[in-house]
Design a protein around this ligand. Sequence first.
Ligand SMILES: C[S@@+](CC[C@H](N)C(=O)[O-])C[C@H]1O[C@@H](n2cnc3c(N)ncnc32)[C@H](O)[C@@H]1O
Length: 208
Amino acid sequence: MRLRYKPWARELIANHRDLALNEDDLDSLPSFEYLELGCGCGEFLIKKAQANPNKNYLGVEINYIAFAIAVKKLVSEEVIPHNIHFINADANKLFAKIKPGSLQAVYLNFNDPWPKKKHHKRRLTYPSRLQLYFDLLKVGGKVIYKSDNDVYFNDSCRYFKEFNKFHLIINENYVKLDEGDVMSEYEQKFRKLNQPIHQIIGIKEQDN
Ligand SMILES: C[S@@+](CC[C@H](N)C(=O)[O-])C[C@H]1O[C@@H](n2cnc3c(N)ncnc32)[C@H](O)[C@@H]1O
């Protein structure tokens, strides 16, 4: 995602350090059970947090500008939800800071497909990542993946099947939103272009 420099970003973040976290905060994270990796400009998670005031959400985003836009959206809400934090960090640095068995959901919305074979290990559905999510989730917790990219989706189906620990629900053409689901910025964009959306839900049904 190419985003233009935002001259207001530094001051906005400095003024909202209670909900706009950075890598210095990795050792003192607020409690959360719902995690979005690569949350972009934050719309998905803000809508989820507004709809579920008793649940706690964390969105991690490596791009400072996208993170700043997410924080700006959040603090521009008429009623700012207090059950959500954004952290400007590399998701890979976050995993070790999360208590195993503590998450209800890991959201993977339209993450980078990393098309070159030599980069496939960076995909957020790569089997080594699935093991991480499995360990971090509670029993009954879910990984919920959505993508517009056919190749990435097909490869991800294979990764999930080979991993073989999640109960899988696969929707090749995810048309009507599941109850409680909301759309991220990218999902809205792709739906407007009539591009099919693919969804994989992996449910952790037992401890190993
Ligand atoms: C294609 S965008 C999708 C944004 C949003 N999830 C949506 O659906 O609208 C992918 C996002 O993941 C972020 N990202 C990529 N690698 C990341 C990492 N290692 N840690 C955190 N964020 C990452 C990118 O900066 C980008 O904002």
